[in-house]
Design a protein around this ligand. Structure first.
Ligand SMILES: [Mg+2]
Length: 409
């Protein structure tokens, strides 16, 4: 830009400036976009807005341009565009109007819908739910087709909380997952993700893997289930279950580590977040004997859990140090955020159990992952498909971006 251009006042477009919406539709091929603007160029019109998308080889190109002024010039422009379109086998529509697009309403949100599959019926219900609140759907696009179909609706005109409440009901009724997050810089600035471990990052409950070696699997599983439903105080239940492991040989730790199965999509989630510059941590009511190995394997920035006490090569049935319970998990989220230099509002927490609830509520975005009903209902958003990488879609990251990054590596 030359200095004289830099100091020139910006071209202004008032509400009554005549403008033309030029819409081109047809089979996509190289040169269509250049061709349209080359056709418009001799009329010295200014480009106000452009949107283009290609769906299964069909291009839709919309250009909002200033009118060339005067009935004759506009008539010529129309005739030229139509004859160009005919020559390249496209349909063209030109609509006269004034000014720019109508400004988007206040109260802007991203509504992400995850379906497995995504049916026309559930899409209709979500779209009707959005417009029923008085909101406007400004834009819709696909984020992913694998491992689920994920579509994002950009919406304006209604408070995020209102949309969340209405769409949560529609989601439950139609068996899809819907996440509603406020639009704005905060979404782009999310920089720390903290996950629960048992039944979130991994498919197992680690204490149950230990219990299989102590012949008390049934007892432990029952206490775990009650604690995760919120029926038992977590700390009491932890001590009660760990006691049942007293006397186990420490060699069991290695066997348990080997038995742990990561949740599908866990590696993709962590790898992609790290590439984007996120810090990633885990907090677990389970044990450092397992989370330390996961931290090393996945390159996690933070990890905290309880530690099983070992004396003379045997588990004592006690844990050492500060117990990581429901309040402890939220405390650790705050500590990790502070160490990472990330405001709490820019954190994401993911978990499935009642002991994750304080952490999910303290985070900027709390995601209930295949969670117990008590957790699902209280969290900002819920994912009920068994793929951890779908959390990326809630952050607006597309499958294409994930795969392109994998290929580039
Ligand atoms: Mg869990």
């Amino acid at each position: 830009m030359t200095p004289s251009q830099a100091t020139a006042p910006p071209a202004s477009l008032s509400d009554d400036t005549p403008t033309l919406l030029v819409k081109i539709f047809g089979r996509d091929r190289p040169g269509i976009t250049a061709g349209l603007f080359e056709t418009l160029a001799p009329y010295a019109v200014d480009v106000v807005d452009i949107e283009q998308l290609v769906t299964r080889g069909r291009i839709t190109l919309c250009a909002l341009v200033t009118s060339p002024g005067g009935g004759t010039a506009e008539g010529e422009l129309r005739a030229t565009v139509h004859s160009w379109a005919e020559a390249v086998g496209m349909e063209a529509e030109i609509i006269s109007g004034t000014g720019d697009n109508r400004p988007r309403g206040t109260g802007r949100s991203h509504v992400t819908v995850l379906g497995h599959p995504l049916t026309a019926g559930s899409t209709a219900a979500i779209a009707a739910g959005i417009t029923g609140t008085g909101a406007n759907i400004d834009r819709i696009f696909r984020l992913a087709k694998y491992p689920v179909t994920a579509v994002e609706f950009d919406v304006s005109g209604t408070a995020t909380e209102t949309l969340r409440t209405v769409l949560a009901q529609e989601a439950a009724r139609h068996g899809v997952d819907v996440a509603v997050v406020a639009s704005g810089l905060a979404r782009r600035a999310q920089r720390l993700v903290v996950m629960d471990v048992d039944s979130t990052l991994i498919q197992d409950e680690v204490i149950e893997l230990f219990a299989e070696h102590a012949d008390c699997a049934g007892q432990v599983a029952e206490v775990t289930a009650r604690a995760m439903r919120g029926e038992l105080d977590f700390e009491q239940s932890l001590h009660a279950r760990v006691e049942l492991l007293a006397g186990l040989d420490v060699s069991v730790v290695e066997q348990v580590r080997k038995a742990v199965r990561l949740t599908p999509g866990a590696r993709t989630l962590v790898r992609t977040l790290k590439r984007l510059g996120f810090q990633v941590g885990v907090v677990s009511g389970g044990f450092t004997q397992v989370t330390d190995a996961l931290q090393a394997e996945l390159g996690l920035d933070f990890a905290s859990a309880n530690t099983l006490e070992v004396v003379d090569g045997k588990l004592t049935g006690r844990v050492t140090g500060e117990v990581v319970d429901r309040a402890g998990k939220a405390r650790l989220l705050r500590r990790f955020a502070s160490e990472a230099g990330v405001p709490l509002a820019q954190t994401v927490a993911i978990g499935d159990g009642a002991n994750d609830l304080d952490m999910l509520n303290a985070a900027g975005l709390g995601v209930a992952f295949n969670a117990k009903p008590v957790v699902r209902e209280a969290a900002h958003t819920a994912v009920n498909v068994p793929f951890l990488d779908t959390v990326l879609y809630l952050l607006g990251i597309t499958r294409d971006e994930v795969e392109a990054a994998d290929i580039a590596e």
